[in-house]
Design a protein around this ligand. Structure first.
Ligand code: FE2
Ligand code: FE2
Length: 397
């Protein structure tokens, strides 16, 4: 018998319309031994589905379109090049030294396998840095968002069960993201912006929130992280510039670690959505507008005190206008990527609708002139002005 494996709707409910009790085998029913293995008394044990897993047509098509994009074994765009050691040291492969060694090896006709020299940024280096209260606030807000990346990925793993390439890509993405909270936590604590206790309490508060995605399909869920990751990279760019002066070691660490990760993720999703656009242009275009019209940055919803987070981001020059410009760049890129694959003169996305959409997001008036003004404005870093508005103190103090 072939049956769709555990189909799930977005609320996480398993729907097994075509399956009956005989399709499942239970094992580990009550008994002293099983109780000892961790099952509570009275438990019916574990269930295993005997029916064969059969991906849907849609899943097969998506798998076929995405498989060539990512290396088969890892699903990654590129290998990880940094980690955090147990004592809180950032260990980063020195890319320029590697390239140099490869160049020299090449000139001498040796194989290109170069040693990978590393940069080390120990906690003592971060201790020489200071963060202003508003930058501490921004650090905690970033930490809160990073710590809750699972609020998205947990849904994704349920939805993408039938698409192996996506599962591999998401595992790799998740692994990258798992290093971002400790990186920010180290910066917050070692610079003495916040105490370990304050960070722990903040994270505990953050962990109580739940994000329910407003999306209904695999494609919509896949589109959402594209503008989000595309925004994250430049946002770290703003943060790094803002702390550069007083916290150059922290800035240097993030510049070589979290920021390039985010940029890579943005490119990954760009490839994915482009492939979906080429596969089914009309439906994908509709879903792109559906998602972009509902787009909010996760921090707006999930952080315990979103208002303070928003103010601290504004201090970095990250506001609705900053994000609106990135949303437009995303839509423009997708349009440029997919349109050449369509019929003569055909456009993938209605760019007039895209312009209205981003003006609406920025709460600016729609119209060509207002759109041009929106796109021309450069982000400014205004820490001092915003500092007064959040009381000049970090919420954790
Ligand atoms: Fe991240
Ligand atoms: Fe990311």
């Amino acid at each position: 018998m072939s049956a769709r494996f555990l189909e799930t709707d977005i609320s996480g409910t398993f729907l097994n319309h075509s399956l009956g009790p005989s399709d499942f085998k239970s094992f580990g029913k009550v008994g002293e031994r099983n109780y000892l293995q961790g099952l509570p008394t009275g438990s019916d044990g574990y269930q295993v589905l005997l029916a064969n897993f059969e991906p849907t047509e849609e899943e097969k098509q998506i798998e076929e379109a995405l498989a060539p994009l990512f290396p088969h074994l890892t699903g990654r765009m590129k290998p990880r090049n940094w980690t955090i050691l147990e004592d809180g040291t950032f260990k980063i492969e020195d890319q320029s030294a590697i390239r140099n060694a490869q160049r020299i090896a090449g000139q001498e006709g040796k194989p290109h396998k170069a040693e990978s020299p590393s940069l080390y940024i120990p906690p003592e280096a971060l201790q020489q840095d200071t963060l202003s209260p508003v930058m501490t606030e921004a650090t905690l807000s970033l930490l809160g968002i990073e710590a809750r990346a699972d609020e998205y990925t947990k849904w994704a793993f349920l939805l993408f069960d039938g698409i192996p390439t996506l599962k591999r890509f998401y595992h790799g993405w998740d692994a990258d993201e798992s290093f971002h909270p400790p990186a920010l936590e180290l910066i917050a604590v070692q610079t003495r912006g916040a105490t370990q206790d304050q960070v722990d309490r903040y994270l505990e508060q953050v962990s109580r929130r739940r994000w329910i995605p407003p999306f209904r399909t695999i494609r919509q869920m896949l589109i959402f992280p594209y503008p989000q990751e595309k925004t994250t990279g430049p946002s770290y760019g703003q943060y790094i510039s803002a702390i550069q002066e007083t916290a150059s070691n922290s800035a240097g660490a993030l510049k070589r670690t979290v920021k390039p990760d985010e940029d890579t993720h943005g490119v990954g999703f760009e490839k994915i959505i482009t492939a979906l656009g080429i596969l089914s242009p009309k439906d994908t275009a509709e879903d792109i507008f559906y998602v972009f019209e509902r787009f909010t940055m996760p921090g707006d919803a999930i952080l315990p005190d979103p208002e303070r987070a928003v103010l601290s981001f504004r201090a970095l020059g990250i506001d609705r206008r900053f994000i609106a410009r990135i949303l437009y760049q995303c839509l423009e890129t997708l349009n440029n990527n997919v349109s050449p694959h369509l019929g003569e003169g055909e456009q993938f996305l209605d760019m007039a609708r895209a312009r209205d959409l981003v003006c609406f997001y920025a709460k600016s008036r729609t119209g060509e002139k207002d759109f041009q003004i929106l796109m021309a404005r450069n982000p400014r870093i205004r820490p001092n002005k915003q500092l007064e508005r959040i009381g000049g103190k970090s919420s954790s103090n």
